[in-house]
Write a protein that binds this ligand. Structure first.
Ligand code: PEP
Ligand code: MG
Length: 873
């Protein structure tokens, strides 16, 4: 029989409810009360340890239903559940039902031997009798309804909670940013929404609480049950469903590592610091500079000696040299004395929260302005949510009403919440507790009048760890580098450092904190190393390396807009890949010669329904305008496999990468393909658009697709629309299926160009799923097998008088550039950040030498051997 636990701020209330429920259901039902706190002077409150004991008391293999009153009761119950062993936790259900009515209904159902879910449903419907009597809409009751076609469930009149199950696809699960989106979206509706992790049972948690949602521990692939009641329950669920389908507004590649990761590493010798081999006299500490190789590990006590190399985690690329500038967080001593006037304390807390809200908004705006509106600024949205999170504010306010001062109350509420974060299994999600702590310190600083630590001058900032707000406030002109004792590459401080272009090494351990202010440091953000008081030789080498990288970068940047011509005079177009209008703008700014791949599936990812012909044409025309005469290759929708589209639901496939994706889907759903082709044709009448089909495997697919284009052209012309002449719009195909590369001689005459998708071509050639980390070693575009197929395709297209490009990631690898050119590739389409360096790689390539190099590479046994060959050429 299911056991029941009653959690309340008041011990008497909990006992009373248990007594009432027993009275109704009979003495056989096991009901344990967990009310109040185990403190004689502070009886009102909730205590996770008491709740855990009550769960044990009510334990039954059929499960335990926990009913809670409000605020911290929910949080404490969640903590108690977290503390249970895994197998027990999975049979504990925290139920959002009303305590008194829910307990009575649940006790009756439990007594009848109902299973846990059914007992919970009965509890949820506990208000039905009262509501019916008073003429209000009866709330939830009974078993869950069957799912409707759109994924929601619910009764005809919306009287029960509506339900939606989603599977979270984001690589890092529902970490702070997607969880923040979740809370923001749910909060827009007049509905009570809860979320529950079904895969790793946790919750339900209120969807109004960032702490609640983010600490459900939802990881990639987890199923989440969302329940909504209230007048706008349906709208809330539908908005949440769309949000989930949009991957919670994280970009498809978002991994928490920050978009700036792909940027070339900046070299940042500090002005006025002992860079470039010219150490300032007197800046090195007494003692001989290191001779020979630097000592590799830090000493265990005392400051590291001159020449010691501290090893940490690469946080943000670049070399920096400069004196240590410690940023020591001001010590915050939270007073524990009780306060006399709760109203005054509440007002102080509100004022502090408002002040921090203003600070966070200012930091967000500053980062957004300095990173041209990148996603990184969203980090601060999560911080703003903490400041209005009921799971923090409710306990903080109730602590104040119980007589604590505002700082004590806030600190205690944060400490409680932090426990739940720290128990999450996923290290990335666990690291988000730092965000909570950072916002908590900001509020305490306000409450206690502590001044935020200031930098004493320019140099390399050394800190135990940095908050996002600290990092956002750094001026790259003064902060040449960042070295922290704690933190990892996914910390928000690291993400911001990358976005702001400040080299950073994290997780160096406490020894870095003992290095004195002003001591010169040599920091390499790629190697993850920091050398203390480097000797003249190391400084000279670092200075030269930094100088070399910087010059190469600047040189490449200066010439980024110039055509890329090989040393012996062949023009290679270096275009960019794009999936949004912003990508196209970035591409033009980066000097791209055009767009070599427009991933239209990303362009319309957030649309709720298939965009109409007119809507699509308007977007393509906008992009073409931005490109100002540069060519734009529009790839038709490549949906399926890892790229689902909300408005194109797909049947389950056992092997989605081998399923109906790309052109296969386009030909199976010709109305979708036709709409897109017609939109492209309309715009191609005015701008240099090209059309490209993805995932082609056979010549019959190409013919069918071309027939569809010809048909669309005729129909449009008959309707009086302007269309390009037959030869006025190039039509090409992607070579990303080995079959297409192998039959390239048959395919080439049917099209105007090939563009090799090396991401998929590698995946299919090596039979290594591009999403599976365990086989990532095989997924290397420099595998001789992949190069052989590229060479075959390029040769066939050359013979037929067509051109071949490469738009997969391989094209952005400077080592691959001479090989691809040597194999006959004449266009490279890369991410905007790589355009300048790829153009430089083209310029240093000689066609004849490249052809010899490529031929040699095809005979090698491995990708590593190919890499060595190119490096040592
Ligand atoms: C590829 O497969 O290399 C390619 C460019 O297409 P996508 O990455 O969009 O599948
Ligand atoms: Mg592909």
């Amino acid at each position: 029989m299911v056991g029941i636990v009653i959690v309340s701020h008041s011990a008497r209330l909990a006992d009373g409810v248990a007594e009432l429920a027993r009275e109704m259901a009979g003495p056989d039902v096991v009901i344990a009360a967990a009310g109040g706190m185990d403190l004689p002077d502070r009886p009102l409150g909730t205590d996770a340890a008491l709740i855990m004991r009550a769960i044990e008391e009510a334990w039954s293999d059929d499960g335990v239903l926990v009913l809670m009153d409000l605020g911290s009761a929910v949080l404490s119950a969640e903590m108690a559940a977290e503390m249970l062993p895994d197998e027990q936790r999975s049979r504990v259900l925290l139920c959002e039902a009303p305590v008194v009515e829910g307990a009575v209904a649940a006790a009756v159902a439990a007594r009848l031997g109902e299973p846990l879910e059914r007992v919970a449903d009965e509890a949820r419907g506990g208000l039905a009798g009262k509501a019916a009597h008073l003429g209000a809409a009866p709330p939830a009751s009974g078993a869950a309804a069957e799912p409707a076609a759109d994924g929601t469930t619910g009764s005809e009149s919306g009287q029960r909670p509506l339900e939606l199950r989603i599977t979270v696809a984001n690589r890092l699960g529902l970490h702070a940013r997607p969880a923040a989106r979740f809370v923001q979206t749910a909060g827009q509706f007049d509905a009570t929404v809860t979320a529950e992790n079904l895969t790793a049972p946790a919750g339900p948690a209120s969807a109004r609480s960032l702490n609640g949602v983010a600490t459900l521990g939802v990881r990639q692939g987890h199923e989440v049950l969302i329940r909504a009641t209230g007048p706008q329950a349906e709208q809330a669920l539908s908005a949440l469903r769309e949000l989930a389908e949009r991957n919670f507004d994280e970009s498809p590649t978002a991994d928490g590592q920050g978009a700036a990761e792909a940027q070339p590493a900046p070299a940042r010798p500090a002005a006025g610091s002992p860079a470039a081999g010219s150490p300032e006299a007197g800046t090195l500490p007494a003692g001989p500079p290191s001779a020979g190789p630097p000592s590799a590990s830090p000493p265990s006590a005392g400051p590291p000696s001159a020449g010691t190399v501290l090893r940490g985690i690469p946080g943000s690329p670049g070399i920096a040299v400069g004196p240590v500038v410690h940023l020591r967080a001001a010590a915050i001593a939270v007073p524990r004395e009780p306060a006399t006037d709760p109203a005054e304390e509440l007002a102080r807390l509100d004022a502090a929260l408002a002040a921090v809200r203003r600070q966070v908004r200012a930091a967000r705006d500053s980062v957004a302005a300095r990173t041209r509106g990148s996603d990184e600024a969203d980090i601060f949205d999560a911080h703003l949510l903490f400041l209005s999170d009921e799971a923090l504010l409710d306990p903080a306010r109730s602590f104040i009403t119980e007589g604590r001062n505002a700082a004590d109350a806030w600190d205690s509420a944060v400490t409680q919440a932090a426990v739940a974060w720290q128990q999450l299994a996923d290290p990335y999600q666990r690291e988000r507790v730092r965000d909570l702590e950072s916002i908590s310190s900001a509020v305490l600083e306000q409450l206690l009048g502590v001044t935020r630590a200031q930098l004493s001058g320019p140099g390399i900032v050394v800190a135990r760890e940095l908050t996002p707000a600290d990092t956002a406030g750094f001026d790259p002109a003064a902060v040449h580098g960042i070295a922290t004792a704690l933190g990892g590459p996914t910390s928000h401080a690291a993400i911001l450092a990358r976005a702001l272009g400040i080299p950073a090494v994290l997780g160096l351990g406490d020894s870095v904190m003992t290095v004195g202010d002003g001591t010169p440091l040599l920091l390499d953000g790629e190697a993850g190393s920091v050398q203390v008081a480097p000797g003249p030789a190391e400084l000279a080498a670092a200075g030269q390396e930094g100088e070399r990288r910087e010059q190469a970068r600047q040189h490449a940047r200066r010439r980024a807009a110039d055509p890329a011509v090989t040393a012996d005079g062949t023009r290679i177009d270096v275009a960019a890949n794009a999936g949004s209008v912003q990508d196209v703008r970035n591409a033009v700014e980066a000097g791209a010669d055009g767009i070599g791949l427009l991933r239209t599936e990303f362009l319309f990812l957030s649309a709720a329904s298939m965009p109409t012909e007119a809507e699509q044409a308007a977007v393509y025309a906008d992009l073409a305008e931005v490109l100002d005469g540069r060519p734009l290759i529009v790839r038709t929708l490549d949906v399926g496999a890892d790229k689902p589209l909300p408005y194109l639901p797909r049947p389950e496939e056992p092997n989605p990468q081998l399923g109906q994706r790309g052109i296969r889907l386009g030909l199976a759903r010709p109305e979708i393909l036709r709409t897109q082709v017609r939109a492209v044709l309309r715009v191609a009448a005015r701008y240099p658009l090209r059309l490209m089909f993805p995932m082609v495997a056979t010549v019959s697919e190409v013919r069918a697709a071309r027939d569809l284009v010809a048909d669309a052209r005729r129909t449009l012309a008959a309707e009086g629309a302007a269309v390009p002449a037959d030869e006025g719009m190039q039509v090409g195909i992607m070579i990303e299926v080995p079959a297409a590369a192998l039959t390239a001689p048959v395919l080439a005459p049917e099209v105007d160009f090939f563009s090799v998708g090396t991401n998929d071509l590698t995946q299919y050639t090596m039979a290594a799923d591009r999403e599976v980390a365990a086989v990532a070693g095989l997924s290397d575009g420099l595998q001789p097998a992949v190069l052989t197929l590229i060479g075959r395709a390029a040769a066939a297209s050359g013979q037929a008088g067509r051109w071949t490009g490469v738009c997969g990631e391989l094209a952005a690898d400077p080592l691959a550039v001479p090989l691809l050119i040597g194999l006959g590739v004449r266009e490279l389409s890369v991410n905007a950040a790589a355009v300048a360096t790829v153009k430089e790689a083209v310029r240093s390539t000689d066609l004849t030498a490249a052809a010899e190099l490529a031929a040699h590479a095809l005979s090698l046994p491995s990708a590593e051997a190919v890499r060595d060959l190119v490096r040592n050429r």
